[in-house]
Design a protein around this ligand. Structure first.
Ligand code: NAD
Length: 472
């Protein structure tokens, strides 16, 4: 385990301790909330070509105060126990913050997806699922995985199929994993959910005029310049939705192959297509490459968006940050050491456990959909449309004026699944931000949003433990 990764869990623990001192809760209860409840490390063989490879993998359930536990599965050659423990812990606090009734968990498989073809990745994913079933580490009421770095809906479909083969006839089996393809018991709006949640979170934060004045910023996300690290699921949707729905300007993007800049703004959708066809972001029309990949950290912008991996802004490069806001779209991108430097510089850090909670929020909606066995909107859509239509007809009759067809269509539309999912996500991100902001503004000694978020999450988990009668 490298020193860099070992510090991720230590970083989470350090942030927890900082917040714990503001809660006034008993030491034993805080210790129970902090520790990882179950850690399962496995090694299993998979036949790759003509030989067998032993794959190292993990599933950590951080907290059983609510069941099922929930958290993504990461495929990366950097996976190790410390990292999975840190990510599982963050999941507990994240779920508590956005009132999603799950304990936190995380999975990790130590493989680089780029090193395997699709068939080999399927074998690895299915074998990993068998291990989880064997040890009762997966199930609709036990532990429900989802996508994370290096995995997506394809892997979730393999997990579901494997689980169903081993649990034939289980009525709610579709709820054993979320982030599935829509045609395989998934939900519309899940793929974009984390990036969309980042957008809603930033929009809410920047909607308060007084707070913006304190930050030296004009209110609103419109016109704000953004620099994004990582053009994967989270980074690409954060960028494209912030541009299309918020009017923000993405002036730089960093990927494995390097960093590109265009002060006039980069079209994220075109950049994704370009990368797919060329295999790189370098050379995208209108952009210039920076000298080093790491240069994205020091670029002048309003919002810096690390959306790749943990420990990207560290003690070594924190001083270079020129942004007013760091939006933690990734998990743990700012180390605890870096945070101290940044807070002294007056940089506002919007913490991961809040800002990237959109994924788990919509996963919760997917889980509910699977348990109810009915698509959102199916029951009420036509009824609503008829009711709105009757209202428009009445207004027309009373005023003697006709509403245009375009306006009529807009006014009488019933909500589809994706409309309801987006609405639920926006409501969740707004409510959670206001709770954190309230603690940040009200508690004199809480000087940053991360500590405020931790205080809120710890209090919520503590209240569950006391309700369960485990602690007085
Ligand atoms: P992803 O695999 O879809 O994308 C990550 C991208 O980062 C890839 O394109 C990769 O090439 C790039 N990258 C890796 N190292 C880099 C580096 N050093 N410099 C620049 N780019 C680099 O993963 P994702 O699902 O978008 O997850 C990204 C982060 O967001 C992770 O920290 C993950 O835990 C977190 N997250 C994801 C979700 C989700 O729903 N997918 C939810 C919450 C949090």
């Amino acid at each position: 385990m490298s020193e860099k990764q070992a510090s991720f869990y230590a970083s989470v623990e350090r942030n927890f301790e900082k917040a714990a001192s503001h809660t006034g809760l008993p030491k034993g209860l805080l210790e129970q909330i902090k520790v990882c409840n179950s850690i399962y490390q496995m090694n299993f063989p998979v036949k790759i070509g003509n030989s067998y490879q032993v794959i190292e993998a993990y599933r950590v359930q951080h907290s059983h105060h609510r069941l099922p536990t929930k958290g993504g599965i990461r495929f990366s050659h950097l996976v190790n126990q410390d990292e999975v423990m840190a990510l599982a812990s963050l999941m507990t606090y994240k779920c508590a913050l956005v009132d999603v009734p799950f304990g936190g968990a995380k999975g990790g498989v130590k493989v680089s997806p780029r090193a395997y073809n699709e068939e080999q990745l399927e074998k690895i994913t299915r074998r990993y699922t068998v291990e989880l079933v064997r040890k009762n580490f997966i199930g609709p009421g036990v532990d429900v995985p989802a996508p994370d770095y290096g995995t997506g809906s394809r892997e979730m479909a393999w997990i579901l199929d494997t689980y169903q083969q081993l649990n034939n006839g289980e009525l709610d089996s579709a709820a054993c994993v979320t982030g599935k393809p829509v045609n395989q018991n998934g939900i519309r709006g899940r793929t974009e959910a984390t990036g969309r949640g980042v957008f809603y979170g930033l929009k809410e934060m920047l909607s308060n005029e007084k707070d913006c004045k304190e930050m030296g910023l004009k209110p609103g996300i419109g016109g704000k310049t953004m620099v994004i690290q990582g053009l994967g699921n989270v980074g690409s949707y954060t960028g494209s939705i912030s541009i299309e729905e918020g009017g923000a300007k993405v002036i730089a993007v960093s990927e494995i192959e390097g960093t590109i800049v265009d002060e006039n703004g980069i079209d994220i959708n075109k950049l994704i297509k370009y990368r797919k066809s060329k295999g790189t972001i370098i050379g995208f029309p209108g952009t210039k490459k920076t000298a080093k990949r790491e240069d994205w950290v020091g670029l002048k912008c309003d919002i810096l968006v690390p959306a790749a991996l943990e420990s990207q802004i560290t003690k070594a490069n924190a001083k270079k940050v020129k942004a007013k806001i760091i939006a933690e779209a990734a998990n743990g991108p700012v180390t605890a050491d870096a945070e101290e430097i940044l807070l002294k510089k007056g940089v506002i850090i919007v913490p991961d456990m809040y800002l990237n909670a959109g994924g788990v929020t919509v996963s919760y909606f997917e889980w509910l959909k699977n348990l109810s066995h009915v698509r959102y909107g199916r029951i009420e859509k036509r009824f609503d449309e008829r009711a709105y239509s009757n209202l428009v007809n009445l207004v027309e009759k009373m005023t003697g004026k006709k509403v245009g067809q375009k306006e009529r269509d807009y006014l009488t539309r019933g909500a589809d699944e994706v409309d309801l999912v987006r609405s639920g996500l926006e409501e969740t991100m707004i409510t959670a931000y206001q709770q954190i902001r309230d603690i940040y503004k009200r508690k004199k000694k809480v000087n940053d949003l991360r500590t405020a978020a931790f205080v809120n999450a710890i209090n919520k988990v503590a209240s569950d433990y006391t309700t369960l009668g485990i602690f007085p």
